[in-house]
Design a protein around this ligand. Structure first.
Ligand code: MG
Length: 303
């Protein structure tokens, strides 16, 4: 199943994305079928666990939910988790070719990380499909993109062993780790360069983990103004998803709706020769097999 958060006019809710792009409002459709789902939004739905998923399955199979269905053209997609309850967890330098291009651009020797390198992006950075990033050259002159597979946690857990990691995953979506490279370098710690407002495009939908037989086979790609920039597959990760979850959850509780961005492959703009960074007017599209495409226009920031 594919789940979205969405708005119609001033009303926000969450729903099931149909194959035609229409959206079935989940709390409303549940009511039509004589059951109920949380009104509070996607995180509450995820936290409600298997009973809620089972109701969603009935809704997906029902022919009696037309009055709870919005036409694709009437709906504005929001980030599937519009406001995470904590920072988005991210892994840096998790694809060998990306580590290599970074070393090359910095004139340093290639050294692969021995442990996952974690940083975070604040909840205020999260935006959805087609929402613009507003570029202010006074803040960053080296704006860049990074396509990443984002894991959405379903079941809470701490000290999760790698061989149980997939039991804790609700589903997957696309995340663009928009980065100010000059800030990333200047502050010597990644948070500042990765925490800018609207620098965490997320979506367009969450695909449930039962529909992803082998995440390693998923292909990731990025285009800028239609021109191919990144292309790889999840199998190229240095630390695969189970290892990331084991390492991150050691002594740290993961909760339903938590988001983990799993790193970006090579092809980022700053490492190109010459570098090709983002500017107002550009359109970044990040795509992953089965997860659709996440489109982010870059627009000039107006104070
Ligand atoms: Mg990244």
């Amino acid at each position: 199943m594919r789940f979205v958060s969405y708005a119609v006019g001033n009303t926000a809710s969450y729903g099931l994305l149909t194959s035609s792009g229409d959206v079935i409002d989940l709390p409303k459709a549940a009511g039509l079928l004589g059951s109920s789902l949380p009104e509070a939004g996607m995180i509450a739905f995820i936290a409600a666990g298997e009973p809620a998923l089972s109701i969603a399955r009935k809704i997906a199979a029902s022919t009696d939910v037309a009055v709870a269905t919005h036409k694709a053209s009437d709906v504005t997609l929001l980030a599937p988790i519009p406001r995470p309850t904590k920072n988005v967890f991210c892994i840096g330098r998790n694809y060998k070719e990306h580590v290599a291009e970074g070393a090359r651009a910095a004139g340093k020797e290639l050294k692969l990380p021995e442990f996952p390198q974690f940083f975070t992006k604040p909840p205020t950075a999260v935006i959805g499909q087609d929402a613009p990033f507003y570029h202010d050259p006074a803040i960053t002159q080296r704006l860049d993109y990074e396509v990443e597979l984002a894991v959405i946690i379903g079941k809470a857990g701490r000290d999760i062993p790698a061989d149980r990691a997939f039991e804790h995953i609700f589903g997957y979506t696309i995340l663009n780790d928009v980065t100010g490279r000059d800030l990333q370098r200047r502050h010597d710690q990644w948070f500042k360069g990765k925490g800018l407002d609207r620098s965490c495009p997320l979506g367009p939908y969450i695909l449930t983990s039962d529909e992803v037989a082998n995440p390693d086979a998923m292909e990731l790609s990025t285009t800028v103004n239609g021109e191919p920039r990144q292309h790889s597959n999840v199998g190229q990760m240095i630390f695969p998803i189970p290892k990331i979850i084991e390492s991150l959850s050691a002594g740290l509780t993961l909760e339903p709706g938590d988001i983990i961005a799993t790193g970006t492959p090579s092809g980022v703009g700053y490492a190109m020769e010459p570098p090709r960074l983002l500017k107002a007017g550009d359109v970044v599209v990040c795509s992953i097999t089965g997860l659709g495409s996440l489109r982010t226009p870059i627009e000039a920031y107006v104070k």
